[in-house]
Design a protein around this ligand. Structure first.
Ligand SMILES: Cc1cc2nc3c(=O)[nH]c(=O)nc-3n(C[C@H](O)[C@H](O)[C@H](O)COP(=O)(O)OP(=O)(O)OC[C@H]3O[C@@H](n4cnc5c(N)ncnc54)[C@H](O)[C@@H]3O)c2cc1C
Ligand code: FES
Length: 276
């Protein structure tokens, strides 16, 4: 059973490194050993990158990797960031030595399966972020894992060798056909599920744009497979105070209720969500 850290920690984390992966994507290493030591796959941090008023609110980011020293002690976390607005632009330009207010770990993580259940991860774009730590946790349990990973173009498919080194099978798709199968990532997922005997258990894990999550949830339901999705709603506080992050979900009474995805999620059961 996963025992969650009860109290998130707010630290002024030093930027240890900032690696550009492309013109829009970067991986930022933040010196935050206490957060690194307490986080589980799928959890996130709320990050405020400047001391200026604008932007006032922190932004949520999945913990991408936990960095360890030679003795195995956690020293830092990384975040995989896609530049889309004011905070992610600042993050792309961050310099080593600068400090960034970082609060975490937050939210409910993925439930990690055991063999003989296989794990099929489904990532769209920057939705890859929660799967590096999940793949490590699955490998530690000797779970056979596959990553269905789609992006617009082959130049935006990152960390492929990282997943291969963990023994993860890769199924790649690109919208322009420059790497892997041309089209959307749910197509090969649907085919593979169709080929799999009902007696062979598999857990789906998905993170990416809302339309991709909805399509994955629909595909999982059509094949009668369980699916955990990590939703990326706009989050104002990350701690249950602002209700900016609500998701309509079916309650025990069978009716739909709005739940705060920062507390009940970001990892939620796909078949409980009312997809619009
Ligand atoms: C739990 C969680 C984990 C996340 N993990 C990552 C991650 O690992 N890497 C990453 O790059 N991003 C991640 N995101 C999304 C990230 O938080 C947003 O990209 C970020 O808040 C944008 O901040 P900004 O100031 O750069 O953009 P803003 O200037 O605030 O917004 C720019 C534009 O993007 C839109 N936008 C902002 N946030 C979102 C969102 N969540 N969904 C859809 N549209 C949005 C705005 O409406 C606006 O149109 C995560 C979100 C959640 C909820
Ligand atoms: S982000 Fe404020 S309640 Fe969820």
């Amino acid at each position: 059973m996963t025992i969650l850290s009860l109290m998130p920690i707010d630290v002024a984390a030093e930027v240890v490194a900032n690696r550009a992966l492309s013109a829009d994507y970067n991986v930022l290493t933040l010196g935050a050993p206490a957060i690194a030591a307490g986080c589980f796959p799928g959890q996130f941090v709320m990050v405020k990158s400047s001391s200026r008023r604008d932007p006032l609110l922190r932004r949520p980011f999945s913990v991408f990797e936990v960095v360890r020293d030679a003795g195995g002690s956690p020293t830092a976390i990384t975040i995989l960031s896609k530049r889309i607005g004011i905070s992610t632009r600042e993050r792309y330009d961050a310099r080593p030595g600068q400090t960034i207010a970082t609060l975490g770990p937050l939210g409910r993580p993925f439930t990690v399966v055991d063999p003989p259940t296989e794990a099929w991860m489904v990532a769209g774009g920057v939705g890859l972020a929660p799967f590096a730590t999940l793949a490590e946790a699955l490998a530690a349990r000797h779970v056979k894992s596959t990553l269905f990973y789609g992006a617009r173009t082959g130049a935006e498919l990152f960390y492929l060798d990282f997943f291969r080194a963990l023994g993860v099978e890769l199924v790649l798709t690109t919208e322009d056909g420059s790497l892997g199968e041309k089209g959307r990532v749910v197509a090969p997922l649907d085919r593979r599920l169709g080929d799999r005997p009902a007696s062979a258990p598999v857990m789906l894990y998905a993170c990416g744009p809302e339309r991709m999550l909805a399509a994955t949830a629909k595909t999982a339901a059509a094949h009668g497979r369980p699916c955990q999705v990590s939703v990326e709603r706009i989050m104002g506080c990350g701690m249950g105070g602002c209700y900016s992050c609500v998701v309509p979900m079916r309650g025990d009474d069978g009716k739909f209720h709005h739940v705060r995805s920062c507390l009940a999620g970001p990892v939620l059961a796909a078949d409980q969500i009312l997809w619009t």
